[in-house]
Design a protein around this ligand. Structure first.
Ligand code: NAG
Ligand code: NAG
Length: 450
């Protein structure tokens, strides 16, 4: 489905519970064929990134938010904006010149979405939090409930009319945004939004939001990290099936379920593709499928390019920079962003190794996805599909128990792949098998295993 990266399965022998003291240097890698700059949408992104770096130069790093610039809707055609940018006097662009250029050629950030009154909003819905009796707590809960009105949006008509002027992606339904500098829909944030909307009895809004994500799966084959053209090369913790399940349980809406179902199968294929699936052999010779995060990107993230480039500046080779950018984007896919959980050296961002880690939470989400799909398939009479997803979930359960469970610590631990994976089958050679494991709750307990 994706031209990238080259298919490879890691065959990794695994020996658990033999402590050694041995730090490792894992080669951060994964072959990433980066070609983003040749595609259509990236022309706009390239222009906005030029604006972003000129703005950094003119305004200075203090309170600088690179995302602001790639979110700006163009008020003129890209060619006119590009020419105007080129004609600004260099090298010393003043703050005044920069600000005048921005207000002349761009519409305000956030104007690509317009307010949308959620029709299913009621000031105090029937059956709202029946167990909350305390008057003060109820009043506060109703205040929180009222925030839906501030966060509900719809894509502005101009986005559909002139998509070449906007990085926001046109979504069919209403959206609820996280707010402040996050002016667009996000994937796993939407899970919590949906849970909240169900508490607020706003079933239609919850369905709209979920169907927007279904639209992504239909269009791109997976659910994007968020609704911007700079989020098309990574996903986020896969919780679409959980949203569908929670909505189905609250409403019993079979039409909605059937509408979403094919997209869940599509999304599952994405997570089972070579990008994310890793075959791991345990020390009994059994091969397990487990999943990792891995973005399809090896350049600075456009929304944080100036920051990513700053970190990469201490790396000397282009290859090392690309590997770092690949890990940064993969870490964004994890939804955790820049926790020391993903770093070989917790004080050094450039040691991010996310795509070499089999995370407990991701595999638990996918296990749940498999169980949810098995349940939905049974409901709609697809019994063969249901059985195969039940089997897949049982296999993943065993994989999690075999590879991630540490009985000494009575804890599931992330598994660090001991190699960058170019298809070689590792032996149980101790020197090849050294790896470290960081507990999955992000605390920095280093356990050394071979
Ligand atoms: C980025 O994503 C787009 C759309 O999903 C795809 O067409 C493109 O090939 C991807 N780029 C890379 C470098 O994989
Ligand atoms: C692992 O995935 C491969 C490819 O999808 C599949 O053929 C194989 O049966 C799976 N193995 C297990 C143990 O689930």
């Amino acid at each position: 489905m994706f031209p990238f990266p080259h298919p490879h399965q890691l065959h990794v022998s695994l020996v658990i519970f033999v402590p050694v003291v041995c730090a490792i240097h894992m080669a951060p890698a994964a072959a990433v064929a980066g070609v983003g700059s040749e595609e259509g949408a990236p022309a706009l992104l390239r222009l906005l990134q030029r604006v972003q770096s000129e703005a950094l130069r003119a305004l200075g790093p203090r309170d600088f938010d690179p995302k602001f610039y790639v979110d700006l809707p163009l008020a003129a055609d890209a060619s006119a904006v590009g020419a105007a940018l080129s004609s600004l006097t260099r090298p010393a662009l003043s703050r005044e010149v920069m600000e005048a250029f921005i207000s002349r050629y761009f519409a305000p950030a956030g104007s690509d979405l317009v307010a949308a009154d959620p029709l299913d909003f009621e000031d105090e819905p029937r059956g709202f939090l029946p167990k909350v009796e305390n008057a003060e707590a109820r009043a506060w809960a109703l205040e929180v409930h009222a925030l839906w009105k501030d966060l509900a949006r719809r894509v502005a008509p101009d986005v559909v009319a002139r998509p070449d002027r906007h990085t926001i992606l046109p979504l069919p339904g209403r959206v609820v945004v996280p707010g402040s500098r996050f002016r667009e829909v996000y994937y796993w944030d939407s899970y919590w939004v949906v849970r909240g909307l169900l508490v607020s009895k706003m079933y239609d809004t919850a369905k709209d939001i979920t169907l927007n994500l279904v639209y992504f799966a239909e269009k791109y084959g997976f659910v994007l990290n968020g609704a911007r053209s700079y989020y098309t090369n990574r996903s986020q913790p896969p919780l679409l099936s959980s949203m569908v399940l929670d909505i189905y349980m609250a409403t019993g809406d079979m039409v909605f379920l059937k509408r979403a179902f094919p997209s869940l199968l599509k999304e599952y294929s994405f997570w089972m593709s070579d990008i994310h699936n890793v075959a791991i052999m345990d020390n009994h010779g059994r091969v397990h499928n487990l999943s990792r995060y891995q973005a399809m990107w090896n350049k600075p993230r456009p929304e944080s390019a100036t920051i990513d480039e700053e970190f990469a500046s201490k790396l000397t080779s282009t290859a090392a920079k690309e590997k770092f950018y690949h890990q940064v984007a993969s870490t964004a896919e994890s939804g955790w962003d820049f926790s020391s959980r993903w770093m070989r050296d917790s004080t050094d961002m450039t040691t991010l190794a996310t795509s070499h880690i089999i995370p407990v939470d991701l595999n638990t989400f996918i296990l749940k996805m498999e169980q949810d799909i098995a349940f939905f398939a049974e409901l709609i009479g697809e019994n063969t599909v249901s059985e195969s997803f039940s089997e897949a979930s049982n296999a993943r359960y065993n994989a999690i128990e075999s590879v991630l469970w540490n009985s000494d610590m009575e804890q599931w631990l992330d598994y660090w792949l001991p190699t960058d994976g170019n298809g070689q089958v590792l032996t149980k050679d101790i020197s090849l098998m050294s790896y470290n494991v960081i507990v999955s709750n992000g605390a920095n307990t280093l356990i050394l295993l071979t």
